[in-house]
Design a protein around this ligand. Structure first.
Ligand code: PXL
Length: 289
């Protein structure tokens, strides 16, 4: 019997406010993956909450290289390496070293170039970290920027983000670095009332759009939810367009459900009751024997 796909998830752990590891781990588990977190930082709460004298931000760079060394000693191999929110610019060199050590020809490298949202970098993201993130993303098989991150990667002003199909196609082509990497550009709207992702699939060279109903609110952590569902689907063997549609539909459902429950936006979306939607069929009893 085949083992579960194994993912090295290089992400922060934020104690409160659903994002990064508290989203990535349950989603990938529900989708049948074995998620191995390598923590970049521990935060008491994610950065969309106002800073307080009690805010904890623990940079875990030293533990990252030790963790990689221990995993190498144990002979661990990975089917995917997925990175997101980073604690500091120096961590990029550690991830590059991790690629050299653990990336095989069939390892799927997904870089979610987490840098900002709504036109602004996150408050812990320095210009140096953004510049190095661009270099890391250049080595990925798939990237999942939102429009803010895409504008930073392309060196464009956020105000020049495209709003029509031709403009989005042009950005997707440029973000693909001449077809070298697949791109899933999130938070794009082609028509009023719908939102989703524009996708460039480097396997086929085709561009497609995965759209879902637009809900009247923007929650924190939905980028992590989207990228995790996308990765879980890709590891199940789905193509980029189908995987993006599954992610867009799941995020829309979680947002609609959370709006009905009425919890605050920074707390993120209530995905927990809906995780069952992501589960595939369990292996049959005869497979297990
Ligand atoms: O969702 C991205 C993210 C991840 N981790 C932390 C964040 C954010 C976005 O605000 O603050 C700590």
């Amino acid at each position: 019997m085949k083992r579960a796909p194994r993912i090295a998830a290089i992400q922060d752990l934020s104690g409160f406010g659903r994002c990064s590891t508290t989203v990535v781990l349950p989603v990938l588990s529900a989708m049948g993956g074995q998620c191995c977190p390598m923590l970049t930082a521990y935060l008491s709460a994610h950065t969309a909450f106002p800073p307080s004298p009690h805010s904890v931000f623990l940079d875990l760079s030293d533990q990252m290289s030790e963790t990689a060394a221990h995993w190498a000693e144990l002979g661990v191999t990975f089917d995917a390496i997925y990175s997101g929110f980073l604690g500091s610019a120096g961590q990029i060199a550690q991830i590059e070293a991790f690629y050299r050590q653990f990336r095989r020809a069939d390892t799927l490298v997904l870089v979610d170039p987490v840098m900002g949202d709504h036109g602004k970098p996150y408050r812990t993201y320095t210009p140096e970290l953004c510049r190095r993130m661009e270099e890391l993303a250049a080595q990925a098989d798939v990237i999942t920027p939102n429009l803010t991150e895409a504008s930073l990667l392309l060196g464009e002003d956020y105000t020049s983000c495209p709003g029509d199909e031709a403009g989005l196609r042009a950005w997707l082509e440029r973000l693909s670095l001449d077809g070298q990497r697949s791109v899933v550009l999130t938070g794009v709207g082609l028509h009023p009332g719908v939102t989703g992702a524009g996708c460039f699939d480097r396997e086929t060279g085709r561009i497609s759009f995965a759209m879902a109903r637009q809900e009247p609110a923007r929650f924190s952590g939905t980028g992590d939810l989207f990228a995790s569902v996308l990765l879980g689907s890709l590891l199940r063997g789905e193509g980029l367009a189908d995987a993006s549609q599954r992610a867009a539909d799941f995020v829309q459902h979680c947002v609609a459900y959370t709006l009905a429950v009425g919890t605050p936006l920074p707390e993120g979306v209530q995905f927990e009751p809906l995780l069952g939607e992501l589960m595939g069929p369990a292996p049959s009893r005869t497979d297990v024997r």
